[in-house]
Design a protein around this ligand. Structure first.
Ligand SMILES: [Zn+2]
Ligand SMILES: [Zn+2]
Length: 400
């Protein structure tokens, strides 16, 4: 392991930030305490602090200008937690103090590591050619459309030449770095389908229009969009995740309304639009057969995230220097998860990587599990990879 000089020494401070944020998790667009902590620490480092620049008023940007000219590099951390109970053992001192809110996706570690990276750069200002913008972003987990879109729409990052982001994973230990060029995560859309008909007595279905049968046939018909209508070389997921009609347990009333809800994931914007056009056609056609009406409501979340080839190669090169060739992995295929870092990568050459954070002992839980925890030894590793990648991008930009 070749952490950048001085990074290991920052671990106690960065762990303390991580534990403080972990104990006080806040939901998307409501990260008031977290935002205040970030602002206070960035000011203490001597950075310029920008706030209230977009609709997401908990967003914070720290700006560090180098003495030499160069590009503007954006480094991003997401700062929000999830609406779920922290079920870690009560003996864990940094367990969530906010009922029903938990940093179960590790965004506390992303925030602390980015503060640590800012602290390191503030102590190593001579290494900065150009400007580094430390972007602390609310609401990666939603509500839709998430914080990244709001930050991009504000124009505050219009001068940024390259952007980097990272996410922890407990599937591998600290010291492992993984990324790839091209598509990394899927686009994400949610949907609701409301089917309306005429209710009737269960004994006289001919007196109404049965939404239960129409909804059931709609679920079945939707399955053939991916399996029969799309190019088999274009991966996609269409999942109906809930189905609701009638009062539970009712045995003699045919309801007048049914609701289906779910998600669509794709890796290509054309396929994404095609799926929704086919869904609309399917809902209308199936409902017409049963004499019902159907309405499809789409809630777009994130586009697919695609890493810029050049920037991804820089991250891989930096990772090989920090963690070694044997611990640097090119991810073989994209994930059907989604990540709102995609909004930056749509218009800024950007790369997103995963860093290992598996606990040293005890059971391992993945993100979004109520007992989720991570290994803080991962913090100086991702700080080193992010700082080394930024320095390489500054150097490369100069040589162009
Ligand atoms: Zn998450
Ligand atoms: Zn996450």
């Amino acid at each position: 392991m070749n952490l950048l000089p001085g990074m290991a020494e920052l671990q106690p401070q960065v762990s303390a930030w991580r534990r403080d944020i972990h104990a006080h998790p806040e939901l998307g667009f409501r990260e008031v305490r977290t935002s205040a902590l970030i602002q206070k620490e960035l000011r203490a480092m001597g950075l310029e602090v920008i706030t209230n620049f977009c609709e997401a008023d908990t967003a914070v940007i720290g700006v560090l200008k180098g003495k030499q000219p160069g590009p503007v590099i954006g480094l991003r951390a997401d700062i929000d937690a999830l609406p779920m109970q922290d079920e870690k053992d009560e003996s864990v001192p940094y367990r969530s103090q906010n009922p029903g809110v938990c940093h179960a996706c590790g965004h506390d570690s992303h925030t602390a590591a980015l503060l640590g990276t800012a602290l390191w750069f503030s102590q190593n200002r001579d290494k900065v050619r150009g400007t580094v913008k430390f972007v602390f972003q609310p609401a990666e987990e939603g509500p839709a459309p998430g914080g990244a879109k709001k930050i991009m729409e504000s124009g505050i990052l219009s001068d940024v030449n390259y952007m980097l982001g990272a996410h922890q994973t407990t599937s591998v230990p600290p010291g492992v770095i993984m990324t790839r060029s091209g598509v990394v995560t899927a686009s994400g859309d949610f949907f609701d389908i409301v089917i309306e008909g005429t209710g009737a007595h269960g004994a006289s279905p001919h007196c109404g229009t049965d939404v239960v049968v129409a909804a059931s046939q709609t679920v079945v018909a939707l399955q053939s969009i991916v399996s029969r209508r799309l190019d088999p070389m274009q991966p996609a997921v269409l999942s109906v995740c809930s189905m609701q009609a009638g009062e539970p347990g009712t045995k003699n009333v045919l309801p007048a309304k049914a609701t289906l809800s779910g998600t669509v994931r794709t890796f290509d914007e054309t396929v994404r639009e095609e799926i929704f056009a086919l869904m609309e056609q399917t809902v209308q056609s199936v409902c017409a057969i049963y004499g019902c009406t159907g309405t499809l409501d789409r809630q777009p979340m994130f586009p697919s995230l695609s890493n810029n080839e050049e920037v991804a190669q820089v991250v891989l090169a930096a990772a090989r220097e920090v963690v070694g060739e044997q611990n640097t992995f090119v991810i073989p295929q994209p994930s059907t998860g989604s990540e709102d870092f995609a909004w930056y990568a749509r218009s800024i050459p950007a790369a997103f990587y995963m860093f290992g954070a598996r606990p040293a002992e005890g059971p391992v839980y993945s993100g979004h599990h109520p007992k989720f925890d991570l290994n803080e030894d991962a913090l100086p590793v991702t700080m080193s990879v992010m700082a080394a990648s930024a320095i390489k991008l500054m150097q490369q930009h100069k040589e162009k």
